[in-house]
Design a binder for this molecule. Structure first.
Ligand code: CDP
Length: 216
């Protein structure tokens, strides 16, 4: 056993990984980083600055100016921000610009919980606990639709399902850190679970991983 308890929570859009990560952070009293917010911020700030989001260098320049206090902006939670995020996330230069911040967060002495797409594969491959959260596209679309409606966005369930499918294809198909489970990640399908059930299941997985890690 060395370093802190880093818990990697990866998975596709609206799989429940954010809620699960927050629950784990509370249970283990660890800081939590939603790494999707970093990509969302690059997309939103880049667009605001008039950058061409297909231009890797322009997006990387936006990433380099990012500060932690910009991550609370509610504009990052919109449907559009999710789409912009997945567009800028294909650029290796953007991913490289965000790496040091994520690694520093994960390297805190007691550990940390990070949720994203590549935490267990790229950001902290040595994490003692790795989860890969999934659910069917239909279930994820319904969850995201309810969330966006509650935020006041006018959007149909079909449009969200289309978004989710497009994002899965882009996130899983890119060359730079594609979304995929690490070889040693535990898969958790939350399609048939309530939030509480998913959070409980995640805690049990982490508990087992932690016990193994403490013996190592
Ligand atoms: O909340 P949701 O699952 O919709 O998305 P998110 O976690 O906020 O991430 C938004 C987008 O950022 C994803 O579709 C990915 O393209 C990208 N992302 C990434 O590439 N790597 C990460 N570690 C986190 C997010």
């Amino acid at each position: 056993m060395s370093g802190g308890l880093v818990i990697a929570v990866d998975g596709p859009a609206a799989s429940g990984k954010g809620t699960i990560a927050m629950g784990l952070g509370k249970a283990y009293r660890l800081p939590v980083l939603d790494t999707g917010l970093l990509y969302r911020a690059v997309g939103v700030l880049g667009k605001r600055a008039g950058a061409d989001l297909d231009d890797a260098e322009a997006c990387a320049a936006a990433a380099a100016t990012l500060t932690a206090d910009q991550l609370g902006d509610p504009a990052l939670r919109t449907r559009e921000a999710g789409e912009l995020a997945s567009r800028v996330a294909v650029h290796p230069q953007v991913r490289a610009a965000l790496l040091a911040f994520q690694r520093a967060f994960a390297g805190q002495p007691r550990g940390a919980v990070l949720d994203g797409r590549d935490i267990g594969t790229v950001i902290w491959p040595e994490a003692p606990a790795k989860l890969y959260i999934t659910a069917t596209p239909e279930v994820r679309a319904e969850r995201r639709w309810k969330q966006l409606k509650a935020q006041g966005e006018a959007v149909t369930l079909d449009e969200i399902l289309e978004d989710i499918r497009r994002r899965d294809a882009r996130d899983g198909g890119r060359d730079a850190a594609p979304m995929r489970p690490a070889a040693d990640a535990v898969l958790l399908d939350t399609s048939e679970m309530t939030i509480e059930q998913a959070a409980d299941a995640a805690r049990r997985i982490v508990e087992a991983a932690r016990a193994r890690w403490e013996r190592s």
